[in-house]
Design a protein around this ligand. Structure first.
Ligand code: NAD
Ligand code: TYD
Length: 352
């Protein structure tokens, strides 16, 4: 099969490609990415020379470029990870979120509709988030049919994209599937998200900024468990269906930060209390959802998916990874990576 992976230079897309490209040499994987600030081709160094992998730089918000590229590739499947993904950035500047997440998804759907005259053997798998369902109270879980109630410009843009994907399934018979996953963590995550930010700040003895009272709850899933679930749904999930992905890994932010301090302390020989003293409570995020929790029983019973990592085992791996990959961290944080992109790609739109 020819499989397009959008956003493959981002956190989850890169983890997905790193798993699937070597595992499935019979399939060709086409990574379509705009290379925004969140992208990092260094994450793909181990697979970039695989014969069944290619990279194509494209902005999904540019419809002509998307149409031309999809006609050229003529994919059997599209798995759509690309999005602007950081809630705080969406509060400061929502425009990019509408362009990439809403217009970008629309362009991709239109391009697929144009080339897929027969739907047999085709699939558009849309990657989404539990944040589309808004905030939970102290009890209960999101199920696939929970009401959409997004709070941030980010989650509103993802909700819009989910609705578009569903509508293309119902109206045009496009072969679609959607998965809504809880918060991911693990290697290659851009260090502005909670877990890598706290790991790096703890390692560097910097303040650990916790929003509000720190009692917000997120449901954490190790990134490769998400990737395996997506592949399983692509292979065996039912067309037109939505699947929630989550490993029942709810943790309060205060607890997450405490566990990070303990893990960093254990791996560096420092005192956990010294790191915990770096916690600084800062002004809360506007519209900050209180609690997310996913009920993934549909995925578990229908397809037999189980997460491999617990929160603690995943965190151990993640701390070890950030400690062992300082070049990656230093490059993404210093802007050196952006200069490298400018030298290597900005002069060559359309990819290679
Ligand atoms: P990320 O920000 O790390 O990566 C996003 C990638 O998409 C980047 O490589 C970026 O360059 C690319 N991209 C953005 N706009 C683009 C455009 N207009 N055209 C082409 N490429 C573009 O994000 P992530 O954390 O890897 O998330 C991937 C997907 O998973 C997103 O759709 C997100 O909504 C969803 N998701 C993320 C989480 C999470 O915790 N990170 C949880 C559930 C769902
Ligand atoms: P984040 O990683 O941004 O994911 P999301 O907002 O998509 O859930 O944040 C996870 C939680 O951590 C969320 O409740 C906000 C909180 N948070 C902080 O307390 N401090 C921070 O510096 C960041 C980035 C997040």
């Amino acid at each position: 099969m020819r499989i397009i992976v959008t956003g493959g230079a981002g956190f989850i897309g890169a983890n997905f490609l790193r798993l699937m490209v070597p595992r499935y040499p019979q399939h060709h994987f086409y990574n379509l990415d705009k290379l925004t600030y969140a992208a990092n081709l260094l994450s793909l160094q181990d697979i970039e020379s695989c014969p069944n992998y290619s990279f194509h730089r494209v902005d999904l918000a540019e419809s002509d470029a998307v149409t031309a590229l999809l006609q050229q590739i003529n994919p059997d499947q599209v798995v759509h990870f690309a999005a602007e993904s950081h809630v705080d950035r969406s509060i400061l500047g929502p425009a990019d979120f509408i362009q990439s997440n809403v217009v970008g998804t629309f362009n991709l759907l239109e391009a697929c509709r144009a080339i897929w005259t027969v739907s047999t053997g085709k699939l558009f798998h849309h990657i989404s988030t539990d944040e589309v369902f808004g905030s939970l109270g102290p009890a209960g879980y999101f199920i696939e049919t929970s009401r959409y109630a997004p709070s941030s410009p980010y989650s509103a843009s993802k909700a819009a994209s989910d609705h578009l994907v569903n509508a293309y399934g119902k109206t045009y018979g496009l072969p679609i599937k959607i998965s809504n996953c809880s918060n991911n963590f693990g290697p290659y995550q851009f260090p502005e998200k909670l877990i890598p930010l706290m790991i790096l700040n703890a390692l560097e003895g910097k303040p650990l900024p916790v929003y509000g009272d720190g009692r917000n709850v997120r449901d954490w899933l190790y990134v490769t468990d998400h990737c395996e679930a997506v592949w399983l749904i692509m292979e065996r999930g039912r067309l037109g269906e939505t699947y929630n992905i989550g490993g029942f890994g709810e943790r309060e932010n205060n607890e997450v930060v405490r566990l990070i301090c303990r893990e960093v302390a254990a791996q560096t020989g420092r005192a956990a209390g010294e790191l915990e003293a770096l916690v600084t409570y800062v002004t809360d995020r506007p519209g900050h959802d209180r609690r997310y929790a996913i009920d993934s029983r549909k995925l578990q019973t229908e397809l037999g998916w189980r997460p491999r990592e617990s929160f603690e085992s995943g965190l151990r791996r993640t701390v070890r990874w950030y400690m062992g990959n300082r070049t990656w961290v230093d490059m993404v944080r210093s802007g050196e990576y952006r200069q490298w992109i400018t030298r290597n790609y900005d002069q060559r739109p359309g990819g290679h």
